[in-house]
Design a protein around this ligand. Sequence first.
Ligand SMILES: Nc1ncnc2c1ncn2[C@@H]1O[C@H](COP(=O)(O)OP(=O)(O)OP(=O)(O)O)[C@@H](O)[C@H]1O
Ligand SMILES: [Mg+2]
Length: 239
Amino acid sequence: MEILLVKDIRKSFGKVEVLKGVSFSVRSGEVFGFVGPNGAGKSTTMKIIMDFIRQDSGEVLLFGRMNSDPAVKRRVGFLPEHPYFYTNVTGREFLRFLQLTMSLEESLFWERAGYYAEKIQIDWALDKKISEYSKGMLQRFGLLQAVVSEPDLLILDEPMSGLDPIGRKIVADLILELKENGKTVFFSTHILPDVERICDRACVIIDGRVTDLVESGDLQNIEDIFMERVREIGLREVL
Ligand SMILES: Nc1ncnc2c1ncn2[C@@H]1O[C@H](COP(=O)(O)OP(=O)(O)OP(=O)(O)O)[C@@H](O)[C@H]1O
Ligand SMILES: [Mg+2]
């Protein structure tokens, strides 16, 4: 079953069309990679999926419903490209706000928060002010707030970005664990070996168009597919 359906999305900023008819779908239970050069339109697509910005045309279905439906929003966790949090609070205080917005029993929430915080190795920093977090700590905290509600679908915009090699491995392992538990993960990245290692399928987006859907049997060639396509289209035109 398709959990996320992106149908012919177009989006312009001013006179510049940055998404030129983007279509792809993500199946329930898979890990799906979203790769493309800088400025290709990955984050814009993800923000549209999350209904943070609106497309000019085309539609997005989540769990078979319009993405603007509040009922589906609760089932999705999101890590933005530049996680920004109200910084004058500690990590734990921020989680407390989050808990209040969720219909999850308090003790269960903190049990889960403790579990994921330890796994992501941010547990030691939860009593520090978020304003004191380093880049990688913010990234780890961003991931924690996305997973703590154990949503059916996780949308992660460059989850490995800014992380040290151990952090990257932790995130890759976490994505695989979520999949084991029946969750679906859609994430963007520039780290192609990670795509090969942890994804079931992936798609390539260049200059606002999906150029390739890469099936599992072909994932070991993702680097070649990516480089060849960029060469073909010409990065100069793209950038
Ligand atoms: N709010 C905005 N106003 C104007 N242009 C924008 C805006 N947001 C994005 N763009 C443009 O849209 C294009 C796609 O940007 P987007 O952030 O989606 O790329 P990306 O694939 O996520 O790139 P990266 O790999 O660098 O994160 C870029 O040309 C960017 O300049
Ligand atoms: Mg981006």
